[in-house]
Design a protein. Structure first.
Length: 114
């Protein structure tokens, strides 16, 4: 299907479909001449994306960040380390992730203070 047909079937505007492709959320195949070609997979992704946003009240930026977490191991590790340092139960405060998070925090404080 063309971008126009896909727009009519899914309710996503052509502009939004281009944006979703640019951000890597729904990437259609291309014809030999470079036109976007949406298939059943992309239609299902678009419908599921609309449902996901509605059901969980998610913005596209949040989904884009989730995609980055999957694609960038360094970012994922940094976020996981930070999350390990938040709301840590008292009996877990000596876990390696907590210690590492504290060390990084102090290193950043020392660097900015210098």
């Amino acid at each position: 299907m063309t971008i126009g047909e896909t727009s009519r079937r899914t309710g996503w505007s052509p502009r939004m479909l281009r944006y979703l492709e640019q951000e890597g959320l729904v990437v259609p195949a291309r014809s030999e001449s470079g036109y976007r070609r949406y298939g059943i997979r992309e239609l299902n992704q678009l419908n599921a994306l609309a449902e996901l946003r509605s059901q969980f009240h998610l913005g596209l930026a949040e989904l884009e960040f989730a995609l980055r977490l999957r694609q960038e191991p360094a970012l994922r590790g940094a976020v996981e380390t930070w999350l390990a340092g938040t709301n840590v139960p008292e009996h877990e405060q000596t876990s390696p992730a907590w210690v590492e998070w504290e060390q990084r925090k102090h290193e950043r404080l020392l660097t900015t203070a210098a």
